[in-house]
Design a protein around this ligand. Sequence first.
Ligand code: ZN
Ligand code: ZN
Length: 348
Amino acid sequence: MDDLKFGARNKRGDYTPSARVEIAPLWAWPPRLTKIIAWIPGYIWPWNAFHMATALAYWRFVVPDVETMKAISWGWALWLYAVNAAAIFVLYGSVELFYYVKRKQGARFKFNARFPADHPSDVFWFKSQNIDNFLRSYLISIPLWTAVEVFILWAFANGFAPWLKWSDHPVYLAALVLIAPAIHEAHFFFIHRAMHWAPLYRWVHSVHHNSINPSPWSSLSMHPIEAFLYHAVALWHLIIPSNPIVALFQLHVAGFGALNGHIGFDRLELTEESALDSHAWAHYLHHKYFEVNYGGDGVLPLDRWFGTLHDGTKEGDALMQARFEQKRARLNAKAAAEGGAPTSSTTS
Ligand SMILES: [Zn+2]
Ligand SMILES: [Zn+2]
């Protein structure tokens, strides 16, 4: 496909899509019903439908029966880890294999023209972004994701959380499924914003940001504290009346959905004529500029409300630069008042 029909490439070969980062039209005033109706299919298909399909498949084929889950044991915990690990391997690994190893579409639609495997760096274990990110995912994030999953299923099995049945509350539970991505977005925005507080950034979140040019394995490459907080989004379903399938959906939006922000391509070409929208642009800008786009896909426009949105356009860039300039001036004034040196860095 000709990616230049949908964006532009600079001298370095980096690609910028022409479409801006879209906020869900739910928040426009006055409400525009036609826009909302046009937005719904993309909200459901393909990514949220995929997360629901995997949640249902887990419930049917993976999750043990309720009697087993009443007592936590290594047997079913390790089984869940094995399935999570295998599913991540297939999902993330297939994007990695086709688009980063075989490079089937070269650098078309690729935000950063460079491929991480071509650029060893000391910040990574074994100087390799891929090996480092892969090991952190399998040794840290997937075990913690599984721990949250085991705890939730154990709590439901023992009646420690309100378990609503689909036959009794179909409308409420369907509505909860539809707002689960917004719960994810709010949870992620606030833990993420907190982790950009300088001391927490240095200690915890910098691990994830080592990947300035993220690729699929970067998605779950996290410090243990971040990995736990990130997947802990599903614990909200122990407080709000819910159902284990909805909790699994919430967990999959986090665990499998992390891939989206780190695909590195604006679109993944499927055939000569068709391509899948990755939804990666907003979070790519976060990895590039650090202090913009703390949220996810714009279901809740928290970045707009907090003034940290970068919509990917030149105007978005100018707004960000003005904000960074103000911050620099503030820090310099503070340093001058304390008799320190002026600062020139904006990075966390
Ligand atoms: Zn990221
Ligand atoms: Zn961050």
